[in-house]
Design a protein around this ligand. Structure first.
Ligand SMILES: NC(=O)c1ccc[n+]([C@@H]2O[C@H](COP(=O)([O-])OP(=O)(O)OC[C@H]3O[C@@H](n4cnc5c(N)ncnc54)[C@H](OP(=O)(O)O)[C@@H]3O)[C@@H](O)[C@H]2O)c1
Length: 297
């Protein structure tokens, strides 16, 4: 297949691009003028988007993909006023330009990424009810509404993978594993919240596996099909449990002062456990994935 990928310069997108090229697909990465393309898989055709609607249309029409993997996004845990424009730009304007370019070019299948944060709390009988944790999550939901128009009016087939937390090689984000690596090396003490929030982690290889399943599913679906499914790690644990696992797996000491920081506003204490992508399951157990990851650090 010919696959057009956005967000290929990011953590998940970089792995997806490589995985799809490994599978023998012809891949193109849509990047921005200022994107760091130094780590992009060399098999990817690099398409630089000038930011305009017509510019993106020309790129999509020129590459003629069979499907689009839309991974680009702006993430902010707690937004400040200055974050509004970048959130709207990345998560809505760019996404809308993409959907429109696809529609005008006759490209009718998309896999995109949502977040478990679209579901701060849900009742068991309404697992997909929308309750955003943050403005970021609200913009991800708004993109789903844009998809709905292109599905109903233009026959787009769309499948959204809602991720929880992820980890794996090449992750440059300041997430918990990076923090623990840092303090185990420096010996400093880290002030944390009480640590009773439960979460799960997916290895990025499992996310790539989910994209494979999603791609097969969306390209076989009838015109106008819109679906969203969860992709998450099987092991649910508290932050305290995870720090203990890190100590066991790495043999490293980490000094944490629990309860020195408050939980953040709308902290997710219990993660969303919505329906999993049919035909997909986690292949990389957390203990194994973590051991492989920290072996190199
Ligand atoms: N990783 C997770 O744990 C997690 C959890 C839940 C949901 N997700 C979702 O999964 C997807 C991948 O996340 P990630 O963690 O891999 O993201 P990431 O590492 O932050 O990468 C973001 C990507 O989006 C691109 N981007 C940002 N703003 C853009 C814009 N205005 N126009 C075009 N491209 C833009 C970036 O390009 P530049 O290089 O040009 O900045 C980069 O390639 C996202 O949709 C995210 O919302 C991820």
């Amino acid at each position: 297949m010919r696959l057009l990928v956005t967000g290929g310069s990011g953590f998940v997108g970089g792995h997806v691009l490589r995985g799809m090229a490994d599978d023998g697909h012809a891949v193109a990465a849509v990047v921005r003028g200022g994107s760091d393309t130094s780590r992009l898989d060399t098999r990817a055709q690099v398409l630089v988007h000038d930011g305009s609607t017509e510019g993106l249309h020309a790129l999509v029409a020129g590459f003629r993909p069979d499907a689009v993997l839309h991974i680009a996004s702006k993430f902010v845990a707690q937004h400040q006023p200055a974050d509004i424009d970048p959130l709207i730009e990345a998560n809505l304007r760019f996404g809308c330009q993409l959907l429109d370019a696809m529609s005008r070019s006759g490209v009718d299948a998309i896999v995109d990424f949502g977040t478990s944060w679209q579901h701060f709390h849900t009742a068991p009988d309404e697992p997909q009810a929308y309750h955003p944790v943050s403005l970021y999550a609200a913009t991800k939901q708004a993109f789903q509404d844009l998809i709905r128009f292109y599905a109903e009016a233009r026959g787009l087939r769309a499948l959204t993978l809602k991720l929880s937390d992820t980890y794996g090689p090449g992750d440059t984000r300041a997430k918990v594993i990076a923090l623990l690596n840092r303090i185990s090396a420096s010996g400093e003490t880290l002030a944390m919240s009480p640590g009773d929030q439960t979460f799960n982690l997916s290895h990025v290889d499992d996310v790539v596996g989910a994209v494979r399943v999603a791609l097969a599913r969306v390209t076989a679906a009838p015109a106008g099909t819109v679906e969203s499914w969860a992709v998450r790690g099987e092991e649910q644990m508290t932050l305290r449990d995870f720090v203990q696992l890190y100590r066991e797996v790495t043999g490293r000491a980490v000094d944490i002062e629990w309860g020195k920081r408050p939980y953040r506003d709308r902290e997710v204490m219990k993660p969303w456990l919505g329906p999993l992508l049919p035909g997909w399951r986690q292949q990389v157990p957390l203990r194994e994935g973590l051991a492989a990851l920290v072996a190199d650090v």
